[in-house]
Design a binder for this molecule. Structure first.
Ligand code: HEM
Length: 505
């Protein structure tokens, strides 16, 4: 060490020895403040996305974004920001929300690495992974190829009789409420039926919500807790390691609850049963055999188990939200409800729509029904969180903007669905008629974010939606009262009880 270096250290040591504890803390505080200040200045002014407009807090931290999630209205707040700033909004120091019409194609339909946030969507703990949570597109593909066959329409259709059995129970509850003339929380029953159908479709075992007509073991309430958890903790992965690790899994103290226990137990049972129904698990187990033969180092039983739980979450809340949006918006547009009732009456004259639960085949031939379902999903996108991708080597160009490697670019369905540039000046209004425009099919492909469970979702929305309109009349207990919701990863409304009456005896 040089003489000057030694002297400097001596000086610092002597200076520190003279300080009281209070002033040591004050000095450390000052040092920390200086570091935070310098990092913030660097992020705000020297980042490759410094020129992207957005809220002040977002220009140097994640705080603005977390605040919006906490408000429960992140989807609406982001729409407001895009209305103000245009196609690109800096929503955090390293993340840009994109509403450009090319966003879905450039970011989601292309194989880009996913943002770090996705690592959280694998349960029960951070050592598990699924194609949903894997960030590298090559890894995702390696797992997905063993899982995707089950979602093909002709495979999903094999579950229709099982879906019908669960739907029958759902309509049994509607009949009971109609007979008793008591208000029904249709929102809850939509969630119960969606969860039970997911159980049927995934592993031929409903969770039992429809039998009891209640949230068995508070599992759905717990699932909401999990949604809040992933929305926040996804941005603080170190916390996830603290809460959800192999030790907490082994101790069984994670808040996964009945849904996840049932999923694991059902999968274990399923594996032993060679005569099982052709459900998703059957395809996945076949995929597992293939992966073993191929020597896949990535796709294994743990990945399959974790993926099953991801399906339960991803497939149930979303369908409940879609069903709710369909009924809620049609109650405000009685002519739309009437149009569907009329097309069903016409179909019945031709011998269709006769089954107690309208078949999927018949429901797909009801154009206004299909338009109203799509419009419900457009108006109220069930996945309310942005979907982050990371610009790879060489960067990404969207419109006239170039984003260099490493920038996180996010697409939010609600923002895309509310874009006046895409849907026209009436983008914020519910209007099923827009789905009869010549470019409607192209818009659906371009601007609805793809999901592997789309056929499962469409079957439920179409069959339940059509049967409700054919067989029931619904009115809100407080006509016109607004529903309530909080937007976490998904957004599921509540708080709009209804009276039911039967059209069919
Ligand atoms: C109306 C209902 C639904 C909507 C709006 C919807 C929407 C979405 C969206 C936006 C994503 C995120 C895609 C991404 O990260 O790039 C997603 C992912 C996913 N959804 Fe759906 N979904 C619905 C129903 C379902 C159903 C019924 C299932 C299963 C039966 C399902 C299974 C999944 C799975 C497994 C993923 C993760 C895919 C992956 O990255 O590997 N979804 N969905």
């Amino acid at each position: 060490m040089t003489l000057t270096g030694g002297l400097r250290i001596d000086y610092i040591v002597q200076y520190a020895q003279k300080l009281s504890w209070a002033s040591v803390v004050a000095h450390l505080g000052l040092l920390l403040a200086a570091v935070v200040f310098l990092v913030s200045v660097r992020r705000r002014y020297l980042s490759p996305i410094s020129q992207i407009p957005g809220p002040f807090l977002a220009s140097f931290s994640r705080l603005w974004h977390l605040g919006q999630i906490w408000s429960g209205k992140q989807n609406l707040k982001l729409i407001e920001q895009h209305d103000r700033y245009g196609h690109f909004v800096r929503m955090a120091h390293n993340e840009v929300s994109v509403s450009h019409p090319n966003a879905v194609k450039a970011l989601l339909l292309t194989t880009l690495p996913k943002g770090q946030w996705y690592s959280i969507v694998a349960f029960p703990d951070y050592t598990f992974y699924t194609p949903f949570s894997l960030l590298d597109p090559k890894d995702k593909h390696e797992c997905s190829k063993y899982l995707s066959a089950g979602y093909l329409l002709h495979n999903v259709l094999k579950s229709e009789p099982a879906m019908d059995a669960t739907m029958r129970k759902f309509f049994g509850w509607m009949d009971r409420y109609a007979d008793n003339e008591r208000p029904m929380n249709l929102d809850e029953f939509f969630t119960f039926v969606a969860f039970d159908i997911t159980g049927e479709v995934v592993f031929s075992k409903p969770f039992g919500f429809m039998d009891r007509g209640e949230d068995v073991n508070h599992s759905i309430a717990m699932n909401v807790g999990l949604e809040v958890y992933i929305s926040f903790v996804g941005y603080m992965q170190w916390l996830h390691r603290l809460f959800a690790n192999p030790l907490t899994t082994w101790l069984g103290i994670l808040p996964m609850g009945h849904l996840f226990d049932t999923t694991m137990a059902a999968l274990a049972e399923r594996r032993k049963n060679p005569d099982a129904r052709a459900d998703l698990a059957a395809h996945w187990f076949r995929g597992l055999e293939r992966a073993e033969k191929d020597g896949s180092t990535l796709f294994d039983l743990r990945c399959l188990q974790s993926f099953a739980t991801a399906n339960v979450g991803a497939g149930s809340d979303t369908v409940s939200a879609g069903l709710q949006s369909f009924v809620y918006h049609l109650l405000r547009h009685p002519t739309g409800w009437g149009r569907i009732a009329d097309e069903i009456a016409d179909a019945q004259k031709l011998g269709r729509c006769q089954d107690d639960i309208i078949s999927y085949e018949d429901a797909t031939q009801l154009p206004y029904l299909q338009a109203a379902i799509k419009e419900g999903l457009r108006m109220f996108a069930p996945v309310s969180m942005g979907l982050p991708r990371v610009a790879p080597k060489g960067g990404v160009t969207i419109g006239n903007a170039f984003f260099p490697e490493g920038v996180t670019l996010t697409v939010n369905s609600s923002v895309i669905h509310a874009s006046k540039e895409i849907w026209g000046p009436d983008a914020r209004d519910f209007d099923p008629e827009r789905w009869f425009a010549p470019d409607a099919a192209v818009k659906e492909k371009k601007f609805f974010i793809p999901c592997p469970g789309q056929h499962v979702a469409r079957m439920q929305l179409s069959k339940i939606g059509a049967t409700i309109v054919r067989d029931y009349e619904i009115r809100q207990v407080v006509p016109g009262a607004e529903w309530k919701w909080s937007a976490w990863f998904t957004v599921v409304p509540h708080g709009w009880p209804v009276y039911i009456s039967k059209r069919r005896v």
